[in-house]
Design a protein. Structure first.
Length: 532
């Protein structure tokens, strides 16, 4: 290319940039002029801050569905799940019968160190009575959280003891774990359920994968159902565990940002062995990066339903008043070039109804209801299997929503919140006996039975909440077993922790059962993996 042509291109770029900057300046003056006119002449008094925040919010909505404004007061609260910690006393709680009950005590946290126990009833905080006064969850959070190093005094009733116990607890950093559950099945399969990709995710997973290797678990079920995403780099680190070196995992590209590739950096600890990734319509962003990369490299069988379709990259930038904007700057693409983001050209309202529309169109119950254009076809990188773009990751093996699993009674118990409150009361009343009889979840899983006595007590609780038992359609044997298993898993989770809930619940979880079936059948696994 001649110097004259290059010089011409540079002049054109400079000229277009000047025009663009001038346009931004013109629109800024226009907006400032409007605010000045409103302040000087509008008929009523105006909250200018609220007005500007509303304008910013609505403006971002017209651009794309994931660029958002965050007020200064919301910033820390929004960061907590991804940053992996908050300052507090280290308990999980529930409010039952207008009483604050300690559901569990976080390992290594301030409350555990002073001797607080699950089942304790907190009646006073800093000498203020909180029992029987209509306290709400938000009130509890406000009272118990605070800066690291500060103290809170609580007054507790324990068991049947008539005398209250006093505790002075020094607040500290409380971890928020991104791994909901991790265990090794009886047939030596490692199971991991990941709820988000947070700052601590790689550290948590490193410990879990080390345990799997020591136990000889080579095959993995990675459960990303309901995983709303998080940090890109943590998704890349997770993919690293399952790929060999120098494999493209994802790339980002935007009008103002050139293509950036993210590749595997090592031969992962689980680059061999069978791998099943579970996804559903709640799996988004970073979880779609993982499932998309592993599908494109034919490294995993993806099981479940089409993922959410969130493939826009946001960068958070602070504004002058301490607020921030998360602005979309690029889009995610899988290794084959598939765009993860689903269409949003019809506007924010239509976009927000996408999952409802999917359900109405039968996508959750019938794979064949999803029709892809030929232009959206891609070929995987090893076995040349056909996969589709157009938003979200379509699984290799489809799991429909089973509308017959829950009986009418089960559904009403869930809708009215009776199931959870019943379990809380049952465990609270029987905690000592349960802990003595079932010292660990393995014993509990094998020996505990939801017998007719427990079911009768549950039915009585349902009647007290005006559920008309006799008018409900009788449960099938399968529905009855499913309800009992749900009860059993909730009891396990209340006695121990979330991990133990999933270990019991998965016994009747269609996603988990299908994943095990595929892993335990070499022929089936290879057939699905290769798209035969």
């Amino acid at each position: 290319m001649s110097f004259k042509k290059i010089f011409g291109i540079l002049l054109a770029l400079i000229f277009s940039t000047q025009i663009y900057c001038q346009e931004v300046a013109n629109q800024t003056r226009k907006f400032n002029q409007l605010l000045t006119l409103i302040d000087a002449m509008y008929v009523d008094t105006v909250n200018m801050s609220k007005l500007v925040e509303g304008a910013i919010t609505d403006m971002l909505k017209t651009m794309d569905p994931h660029s958002v404004y965050i007020s200064a007061s919301e910033i820390e609260k929004m960061k907590e799940p991804l940053e992996g910690s908050f300052d507090g006393i280290g308990i999980q709680f529930r409010i039952m019968d207008d009483t604050l009950i300690v559901a569990s005590v976080i390992n290594g946290g301030p409350s555990e160190k002073v001797g607080l126990l699950a089942g304790d009833r907190i009646i006073k905080v800093n000498d203020s009575l909180i029992a029987g006064v209509g306290i709400k969850n938000a009130d509890v959070t406000k009272m118990l959280r605070g800066k690291k190093g500060t103290q809170v005094k609580i007054n507790v009733l324990r068991g049947q003891k008539p005398t209250a116990l006093d505790f002075n607890i020094t607040r500290d950093k409380i971890p928020i774990y991104s791994v909901d559950a991790a265990y090794i099945t009886d047939d030596n399969i490692g199971y991991v359920k990941l709820s988000r990709f947070a700052r601590t995710t790689d550290t948590e997973l490193d410990s879990i994968f080390t345990t799997f290797i020591k136990s000889g678990a080579k095959d993995i079920i990675l459960d990303l159902t309901g995983n709303s995403g998080g940090y890109l780099d943590k998704a890349v680190v997770l993919c690293d565990e399952f790929l060999t070196n120098d494999k493209l995992i994802v790339y980002t590209e935007g009008a103002k940002f050139p293509r950036t590739d993210y590749k595997s950096t090592k031969k992962g600890r689980f680059y061999k062995g069978k791998l099943v990734v579970l996804v559903d319509e709640g799996s988004a962003s970073a979880s779609e990066i993982v499932s998309g990369a592993l599908q494109d490299w034919d490294r995993a069988v993806i099981v479940g339903r089409r993922t959410f379709g969130k493939g826009l990259v946001q960068r958070e930038m602070m504004l002058t008043d301490g607020s921030a904007v998360r602005l979309t700057i690029a889009k995610y693409h899988t290794p084959t070039g598939r765009l993860i983001q689903k269409p949003y050209e019809d506007g924010f309202d239509e976009y927000s109804q996408d999952l409802v529309n999917r359900y109405k169109h039968g996508e959750f119950t019938n794979r064949d209801s999803i029709i892809f254009a030929d232009s959206l076809k891609y070929q995987t990188l090893v076995y040349q299997k056909t996969v589709y773009g157009g938003g979200g990751i379509m699984p290799d093996d489809f799991i429909p929503v089973d509308t017959t699993l829950r009986s009418e009674l089960h559904l009403q118990l869930l809708q009215k919140g009776i199931l959870f409150s019943f379990v809380s009361k049952y465990v609270d009343q029987n905690r000592k006996t349960l802990n003595t009889k079932y010292p660990d979840v393995s014993t509990f899983k094998k020996s505990f039975e939801v017998d007719q006595k427990i079911m009768n007590e549950l039915l009585e609780a349902a009647k007290k909440e005006n559920i008309k038992i006799d008018s409900l359609k009788p449960a099938t044997r399968e529905q009855d077993l499913y309800l009992k298993n749900h009860l059993k898993s909730l009891i396990a989770g209340d006695i121990w922790k979330n991990n133990d809930f999933w270990e019991v619940f998965n016994d009747m979880n269609p996603f988990f059962l299908r994943a095990k079936e595929i892993i335990n059948n070499d022929k089936l696994y290879n057939k699905i993996l290769k798209g035969e």
